[in-house]
Design a binder for this molecule. Structure first.
Ligand SMILES: CC(=O)SCCNC(=O)CCNC(=O)[C@H](O)C(C)(C)COP(=O)(O)OP(=O)(O)OC[C@H]1O[C@@H](n2cnc3c(N)ncnc32)[C@H](O)[C@@H]1OP(=O)(O)O
Length: 218
């Protein structure tokens, strides 16, 4: 009987800041991934010893050299979203970075380019849209629906049946009661408790969360 051992996917990290460090820490332990370096503007950035190769202009050359996989490790939602689209348009396949210390229950769907950090828990039948981040120790309970390019920051707790629209950011430690809908392009301040639906493009803060102002749409 022949055993086929697939070679690890050569992968470039787009981004070289603090968020990239956390992603690299996860992917360094993934046997399916071989990290070739980071894309960033500071050649001296310290990304857990991974080399900063240069700027975005290197991406077509890397692709030609057989680096077909990428992960966009940028914290800002709109910027990450745009860079993910650019990388895909160039021909990269975006991988997921899922910590082995996260718990993903039955029926969880992760789309492309998703980060799931250590200590996070995603409960049954929840969907995490492409390019979203479920950060350290955050929990998303059953039947959740997180849109594209969202960021659920460290220690957030989303109860069952919560939906979050595209590019929304929930700051550290946000709590959301079950069945709530947070629209797209929202920013929810650290420590807020969401007990009423939040309209799209709102900045909401506090316990309970109230809308402070409307944000500019793209
Ligand atoms: C691994 C990582 O590090 S992931 C990154 C995690 N980062 C975070 O969680 C950051 C979360 N960010 C926040 O909470 C910010 O304060 C934001 C985004 C809500 C608001 O930022 P800004 O747009 O700069 O607003 P600004 O600081 O001017 O505050 C606006 C008002 O909201 C209040 N406010 C801001 N943040 C909060 C908050 N978290 N809770 C309660 N009130 C708040 C301010 O006091 C101010 O009130 P005022 O108008 O009565 O004076």
């Amino acid at each position: 009987m022949l055993f086929h051992h697939a070679l690890p996917n050569k992968t470039v990290i787009i981004g070289a800041g603090g968020h990239a460090k956390v992603i690299v820490d996860i992917l360094l332990h993934d046997p399916h991934v071989e990290l070739v370096g980071c894309i960033g503007h500071d050649p001296n950035a310290n990304v857990l010893g991974l080399r900063v190769l240069g700027g975005d202009e290197l991406l077509p050359e890397l692709l030609a050299q057989g680096v077909r996989h990428a992960f966009v490790a940028i914290g800002n939602n709109a910027r990450r979203h745009a860079l993910c689209k650019q990388a895909e348009a160039l021909g990269f396949e975006l991988i997921n970075a899922v910590s082995p210390r996260a718990y993903l229950a039955t029926g969880v769907t992760l789309c492309q380019g998703v980060a799931v950090m250590p200590g996070s828990i995603i409960q049954p039948d929840t969907r995490i849209g492409s390019y979203s981040i479920i950060n350290t120790g955050a929990t998303v309970d059953h039947d959740g629906n997180i849109g594209t390019a969202c960021h659920i920051a460290p220690g957030c707790h989303l109860s069952g049946n919560v939906t979050v629209g595209d590019e929304s950011f929930l700051g550290t430690g946000v709590s959301v009661i079950d069945g709530m809908h947070i629209g797209e392009g929202c920013m929810i301040g650290a420590g807020a408790a969401v007990i009423r639906p939040i309209p799209s493009y709102s900045l909401a803060v506090g316990v309970p969360a109230v809308v402070k102002r409307t944000l500019l749409q793209k």
